[in-house]
Design a protein around this ligand. Sequence first.
Ligand SMILES: [Zn+2]
Ligand SMILES: [Zn+2]
Length: 285
Amino acid sequence: MRIGAHVGVAGGYAAAVDYAVSVGCECLQVFAKSPRQWNAKPFDPDAARAFRDRVAELDAGPVFVHTSYLINLGSSDDDLWRKSYEALADELRRGELLGARGVITHTGTAYKENPAYTAQRIAGGVDRAWELADVSRPRILLENTAGAGTTFGDGPQELGTILALLGESAGCVGVCLDTCHAHAAGWDLSRADVWNELVTAFEWCCGMPIEAVHANDCMFAAGLHKDRHAWVGDGTIGYPGFAAMFAEERLRGVPAIIEMPGDVPRKDVENITRLKRLRDGAAGS
Ligand SMILES: [Zn+2]
Ligand SMILES: [Zn+2]
Protein backbone atom coordinates (compact mmCIF):
# COMPACT_ATOMS: atom_id res chain seq x y z
CA MET A 1 0.00 0.00 0.00
CA ARG A 2 1.29 3.44 -0.88
CA ILE A 3 0.87 5.76 2.10
CA GLY A 4 -0.09 9.42 1.94
CA ALA A 5 -2.08 12.23 3.51
CA HIS A 6 -4.79 14.74 2.87
CA VAL A 7 -2.79 17.94 2.42
CA GLY A 8 -3.79 21.59 2.48
CA VAL A 9 -3.55 23.78 -0.60
CA ALA A 10 -3.53 27.23 1.01
CA GLY A 11 0.01 27.77 -0.30
CA GLY A 12 -0.91 26.68 -3.82
CA TYR A 13 -1.37 23.30 -5.49
CA ALA A 14 2.20 22.71 -6.64
CA ALA A 15 3.49 23.64 -3.17
CA ALA A 16 1.09 21.10 -1.67
CA VAL A 17 2.87 18.37 -3.60
CA ASP A 18 6.25 19.52 -2.27
CA TYR A 19 4.83 19.52 1.24
CA ALA A 20 3.36 16.04 0.79
CA VAL A 21 6.67 14.60 -0.36
CA SER A 22 8.55 16.38 2.44
CA VAL A 23 6.45 14.58 5.07
CA GLY A 24 6.88 11.19 3.41
CA CYS A 25 3.75 10.90 1.25
CA GLU A 26 3.68 8.34 -1.54
CA CYS A 27 0.20 9.47 -2.65
CA LEU A 28 -2.04 12.38 -1.68
CA GLN A 29 -5.50 13.81 -1.38
CA VAL A 30 -6.60 17.44 -1.75
CA PHE A 31 -9.73 19.54 -1.81
CA ALA A 32 -10.29 20.92 -5.31
CA LYS A 33 -12.23 23.86 -3.85
CA SER A 34 -13.26 25.11 -0.43
CA PRO A 35 -15.14 22.20 1.16
CA ARG A 36 -17.62 24.45 2.96
CA GLN A 37 -18.80 26.59 0.05
CA TRP A 38 -21.01 25.79 -2.91
CA ASN A 39 -19.36 28.16 -5.33
CA ALA A 40 -15.75 28.61 -6.30
CA LYS A 41 -14.02 30.29 -9.16
CA PRO A 42 -12.99 28.05 -12.03
CA PHE A 43 -9.72 26.19 -11.66
CA ASP A 44 -6.71 28.01 -13.07
CA PRO A 45 -5.40 25.67 -15.81
CA ASP A 46 -1.80 26.80 -15.20
CA ALA A 47 -2.01 25.94 -11.51
CA ALA A 48 -3.49 22.58 -12.42
CA ARG A 49 -0.73 21.88 -14.92
CA ALA A 50 1.95 22.87 -12.40
CA PHE A 51 0.34 20.47 -9.91
CA ARG A 52 0.25 17.58 -12.38
CA ASP A 53 3.84 18.19 -13.46
CA ARG A 54 5.01 18.24 -9.85
CA VAL A 55 3.17 15.00 -9.05
CA ALA A 56 4.78 13.31 -12.06
CA GLU A 57 8.23 14.70 -11.37
CA LEU A 58 8.23 13.60 -7.73
CA ASP A 59 6.27 10.37 -8.30
CA ALA A 60 3.82 11.63 -5.65
CA GLY A 61 0.65 10.02 -7.00
CA PRO A 62 -1.92 8.68 -7.22
CA VAL A 63 -3.91 11.81 -6.44
CA PHE A 64 -7.39 11.82 -4.95
CA VAL A 65 -9.81 14.71 -4.59
CA HIS A 66 -12.17 14.84 -1.61
CA THR A 67 -15.46 16.58 -2.35
CA SER A 68 -17.20 19.36 -0.45
CA TYR A 69 -18.99 18.49 2.80
CA LEU A 70 -22.12 20.27 1.54
CA ILE A 71 -22.92 17.64 -1.07
CA ASN A 72 -25.99 15.62 -0.12
CA LEU A 73 -26.98 13.30 -2.91
CA GLY A 74 -29.59 11.65 -0.71
CA SER A 75 -31.59 14.81 -0.09
CA SER A 76 -35.33 14.64 -0.76
CA ASP A 77 -35.27 18.41 -1.35
CA ASP A 78 -35.09 18.82 -5.12
CA ASP A 79 -33.08 22.05 -5.00
CA LEU A 80 -30.47 20.67 -2.65
CA TRP A 81 -30.30 17.43 -4.62
CA ARG A 82 -29.71 19.27 -7.91
CA LYS A 83 -27.13 21.55 -6.28
CA SER A 84 -25.41 18.44 -4.94
CA TYR A 85 -25.05 16.59 -8.23
CA GLU A 86 -24.00 19.77 -10.01
CA ALA A 87 -21.36 20.27 -7.32
CA LEU A 88 -20.17 16.67 -7.74
CA ALA A 89 -19.90 17.24 -11.49
CA ASP A 90 -17.80 20.34 -10.83
CA GLU A 91 -15.54 18.35 -8.48
CA LEU A 92 -15.09 15.72 -11.19
CA ARG A 93 -14.01 18.34 -13.72
CA ARG A 94 -11.58 19.77 -11.19
CA GLY A 95 -10.36 16.26 -10.45
CA GLU A 96 -9.74 15.70 -14.14
CA LEU A 97 -7.68 18.91 -14.33
CA LEU A 98 -5.63 17.77 -11.33
CA GLY A 99 -5.02 14.36 -12.89
CA ALA A 100 -6.86 12.67 -10.03
CA ARG A 101 -7.44 8.93 -10.06
CA GLY A 102 -10.53 9.26 -7.92
CA VAL A 103 -12.97 11.82 -6.56
CA ILE A 104 -14.02 10.65 -3.11
CA THR A 105 -17.42 11.68 -1.84
CA HIS A 106 -19.74 10.97 1.05
CA THR A 107 -23.15 9.86 -0.12
CA GLY A 108 -25.23 12.14 2.07
CA THR A 109 -27.67 12.22 4.89
CA ALA A 110 -31.16 11.01 4.40
CA TYR A 111 -34.01 8.98 5.55
CA LYS A 112 -33.29 5.74 7.29
CA GLU A 113 -37.01 5.03 7.36
CA ASN A 114 -36.91 4.76 3.58
CA PRO A 115 -33.50 3.39 2.63
CA ALA A 116 -34.67 2.16 -0.77
CA TYR A 117 -35.74 5.67 -1.76
CA THR A 118 -32.50 7.15 -0.44
CA ALA A 119 -30.32 4.69 -2.33
CA GLN A 120 -32.30 5.39 -5.50
CA ARG A 121 -31.91 9.12 -4.98
CA ILE A 122 -28.14 8.87 -4.43
CA ALA A 123 -27.64 6.62 -7.46
CA GLY A 124 -29.67 9.04 -9.59
CA GLY A 125 -27.55 11.95 -8.37
CA VAL A 126 -24.31 10.10 -9.15
CA ASP A 127 -25.57 9.29 -12.65
CA ARG A 128 -26.50 12.91 -13.33
CA ALA A 129 -23.16 14.20 -12.01
CA TRP A 130 -21.30 11.75 -14.22
CA GLU A 131 -23.29 12.75 -17.27
CA LEU A 132 -22.85 16.49 -16.62
CA ALA A 133 -19.13 16.28 -15.88
CA ASP A 134 -18.23 14.45 -19.07
CA VAL A 135 -14.75 13.52 -17.83
CA SER A 136 -12.50 10.70 -18.92
CA ARG A 137 -10.25 9.90 -16.01
CA PRO A 138 -11.34 10.28 -12.40
CA ARG A 139 -13.55 7.64 -10.91
CA ILE A 140 -16.20 8.53 -8.36
CA LEU A 141 -15.42 6.74 -5.10
CA LEU A 142 -18.21 6.48 -2.56
CA GLU A 143 -16.89 6.61 1.00
CA ASN A 144 -18.48 4.68 3.87
CA THR A 145 -19.71 6.82 6.76
CA ALA A 146 -19.76 6.32 10.52
CA GLY A 147 -23.53 5.90 10.35
CA ALA A 148 -24.13 8.85 12.66
CA GLY A 149 -27.64 10.29 12.76
CA THR A 150 -29.28 9.85 9.38
CA THR A 151 -26.16 9.51 7.23
CA PHE A 152 -26.49 6.88 4.56
CA GLY A 153 -23.71 4.59 3.38
CA ASP A 154 -22.44 3.22 6.69
CA GLY A 155 -20.99 0.09 5.20
CA PRO A 156 -20.59 -2.31 2.32
CA GLN A 157 -24.27 -3.18 2.20
CA GLU A 158 -25.59 0.35 1.78
CA LEU A 159 -22.81 1.26 -0.67
CA GLY A 160 -23.51 -1.92 -2.63
CA THR A 161 -27.21 -1.02 -2.82
CA ILE A 162 -26.30 2.32 -4.40
CA LEU A 163 -23.85 0.74 -6.84
CA ALA A 164 -26.45 -1.76 -7.99
CA LEU A 165 -28.85 1.06 -8.88
CA LEU A 166 -26.45 3.03 -11.07
CA GLY A 167 -27.25 3.54 -14.73
CA GLU A 168 -25.13 5.86 -16.86
CA SER A 169 -22.19 5.88 -14.44
CA ALA A 170 -22.02 2.15 -13.68
CA GLY A 171 -18.46 0.94 -14.14
CA CYS A 172 -17.06 4.40 -13.34
CA VAL A 173 -17.93 4.34 -9.64
CA GLY A 174 -16.11 2.52 -6.87
CA VAL A 175 -15.66 2.55 -3.11
CA CYS A 176 -13.31 4.10 -0.57
CA LEU A 177 -13.02 2.52 2.89
CA ASP A 178 -12.54 4.89 5.82
CA THR A 179 -11.26 2.78 8.71
CA CYS A 180 -12.44 5.18 11.43
CA HIS A 181 -15.92 5.31 9.94
CA ALA A 182 -16.19 1.52 9.55
CA HIS A 183 -14.99 1.02 13.13
CA ALA A 184 -17.47 3.60 14.42
CA ALA A 185 -20.22 1.94 12.41
CA GLY A 186 -19.59 -1.33 14.25
CA TRP A 187 -16.79 -3.24 12.50
CA ASP A 188 -14.18 -3.66 15.24
CA LEU A 189 -11.05 -3.13 13.15
CA SER A 190 -8.71 -3.74 16.07
CA ARG A 191 -9.28 -7.44 15.18
CA ALA A 192 -7.70 -9.19 12.21
CA ASP A 193 -10.72 -11.49 11.74
CA VAL A 194 -13.01 -8.45 11.42
CA TRP A 195 -10.70 -6.98 8.76
CA ASN A 196 -11.12 -10.19 6.82
CA GLU A 197 -14.91 -10.09 7.24
CA LEU A 198 -15.12 -6.45 6.21
CA VAL A 199 -13.06 -6.79 3.04
CA THR A 200 -15.07 -9.89 2.12
CA ALA A 201 -18.32 -7.99 2.75
CA PHE A 202 -17.15 -5.21 0.42
CA GLU A 203 -16.37 -7.76 -2.28
CA TRP A 204 -19.76 -9.44 -1.88
CA CYS A 205 -21.94 -6.36 -1.54
CA CYS A 206 -20.15 -4.07 -3.98
CA GLY A 207 -18.83 -6.64 -6.43
CA MET A 208 -15.53 -4.81 -6.78
CA PRO A 209 -12.31 -4.24 -4.87
CA ILE A 210 -11.79 -1.28 -2.51
CA GLU A 211 -9.93 1.42 -4.45
CA ALA A 212 -8.72 3.71 -1.67
CA VAL A 213 -8.42 3.54 2.12
CA HIS A 214 -8.66 6.44 4.54
CA ALA A 215 -6.40 5.08 7.26
CA ASN A 216 -7.65 6.92 10.34
CA ASP A 217 -7.68 5.60 13.88
CA CYS A 218 -10.82 6.21 15.92
CA MET A 219 -11.14 8.09 19.22
CA PHE A 220 -14.25 6.24 20.39
CA ALA A 221 -15.12 2.58 20.80
CA ALA A 222 -16.36 0.51 17.86
CA GLY A 223 -20.08 0.79 17.21
CA LEU A 224 -20.65 4.17 18.85
CA HIS A 225 -21.17 5.95 15.50
CA LYS A 226 -18.81 8.73 16.57
CA ASP A 227 -16.64 10.03 13.76
CA ARG A 228 -13.61 11.40 15.57
CA HIS A 229 -10.27 10.60 13.95
CA ALA A 230 -7.32 9.68 16.16
CA TRP A 231 -3.64 9.31 15.30
CA VAL A 232 -2.58 5.86 14.15
CA GLY A 233 -2.05 3.68 17.23
CA ASP A 234 -3.58 6.20 19.65
CA GLY A 235 -7.19 5.19 19.03
CA THR A 236 -9.36 2.13 19.49
CA ILE A 237 -8.22 0.48 16.22
CA GLY A 238 -4.66 0.68 17.48
CA TYR A 239 -1.41 -0.74 16.13
CA PRO A 240 -2.71 -4.33 15.93
CA GLY A 241 -5.63 -3.14 13.79
CA PHE A 242 -3.44 -1.31 11.29
CA ALA A 243 -0.95 -4.19 11.25
CA ALA A 244 -3.91 -6.40 10.25
CA MET A 245 -4.73 -3.94 7.45
CA PHE A 246 -1.24 -4.29 6.00
CA ALA A 247 -1.43 -8.07 6.36
CA GLU A 248 -4.67 -8.15 4.32
CA GLU A 249 -3.58 -9.31 0.88
CA ARG A 250 -6.60 -7.93 -0.92
CA LEU A 251 -5.58 -4.41 0.10
CA ARG A 252 -1.96 -4.73 -0.98
CA GLY A 253 -2.12 -2.42 -4.01
CA VAL A 254 -4.59 0.04 -2.49
CA PRO A 255 -3.40 3.56 -1.56
CA ALA A 256 -3.86 4.51 2.12
CA ILE A 257 -4.41 8.15 3.05
CA ILE A 258 -4.51 9.71 6.50
CA GLU A 259 -6.90 12.53 7.47
CA MET A 260 -5.68 13.59 10.87
CA PRO A 261 -6.38 16.33 13.35
CA GLY A 262 -3.41 18.25 14.72
CA ASP A 263 -0.66 20.58 13.57
CA VAL A 264 1.31 20.29 10.38
CA PRO A 265 3.82 18.99 9.67
CA ARG A 266 4.03 16.89 12.83
CA LYS A 267 0.70 15.09 12.46
CA ASP A 268 1.63 13.97 8.95
CA VAL A 269 5.26 13.09 9.63
CA GLU A 270 4.33 11.11 12.71
CA ASN A 271 1.34 9.22 11.31
CA ILE A 272 3.04 8.38 8.03
CA THR A 273 6.09 7.13 9.92
CA ARG A 274 3.90 4.94 12.13
CA LEU A 275 2.08 3.45 9.14
CA LYS A 276 5.31 2.80 7.24
CA ARG A 277 6.74 1.02 10.26
CA LEU A 278 3.68 -1.26 10.38
CA ARG A 279 3.87 -1.86 6.63
CA ASP A 280 7.55 -2.80 6.89
CA GLY A 281 6.66 -5.14 9.75
CA ALA A 282 3.97 -6.84 7.64
CA ALA A 283 6.39 -7.23 4.73
CA GLY A 284 9.01 -8.71 7.02
CA SER A 285 6.77 -11.34 8.55
ZN1 LIG B 1 -12.44 9.81 5.18
ZN1 LIG C 1 -14.35 11.05 9.32
